[in-house]
Design a protein around this ligand. Sequence first.
Ligand SMILES: [Zn+2]
Length: 242
Amino acid sequence: MVNAAIQFDAAASSASLHTLGDLKIKPADDLDREDLRKNYTQRMLSRTDRAARDEYDKLKDAAPLGRCPLCGHRDVETLDHTLPKIHYPLLAVVPTNLVPACLKCNMVKSDTDPSEAGEQALHPYFDDIGKEQWLFARVIEEAPAVVKYFVVPPNTWDDVLATRVRGHFKTFGLADLYGSQAAREMNGLRHVLRRKAPSMIGPHLKDEADGLADEDPNLWRAVMYQALAGNPWYINGGFALE
Ligand SMILES: [Zn+2]
């Protein structure tokens, strides 16, 4: 297990988790494999094994603001195995293989494991992609206004990272998740903007966009305000259509 953990960390930090196939066949004995998985299902998830449960809670609480790092939106409720324990029993309780997640993302990912570099899900401990903007949106000029999200990888990224982020965005259904959140936010925003002088609407949207981008340029809200602030149709009355 210790060796497997070392191999996992090395692969995760070099974006090569798809190369750990040899760990899948270890140990060979089915009962040993099941025993390793039980360290997670019967000890870490247990309410009575305090030490193991504390470890579980500590990992779960590591997500900033309790926000699921996979979708960047919903609340953390569980731990997700980056490489699933069904295929990699040696990694069932390796801390770096366990990332905080919401139930939906955990379910979406299920038992999938990457067979090539571009299929690796983003790993919050090893893949720090938060500083450059990769999430963008455009305004669809209809009544009511709609915001559609898409990925534009920064040109400093290599092809593998760009493919991984596009895959991550698709797998976790982020266009739909962010689109429906934005629709709700814009429904409330309409009432706020109606109370403002027309000349203040653009600056208000830009302020919101800049403030949120300071926190994280890839928050769906930051990107929504950025798109709205850059759209003259929306600013000049599109916001009021319903
Ligand atoms: Zn999630």
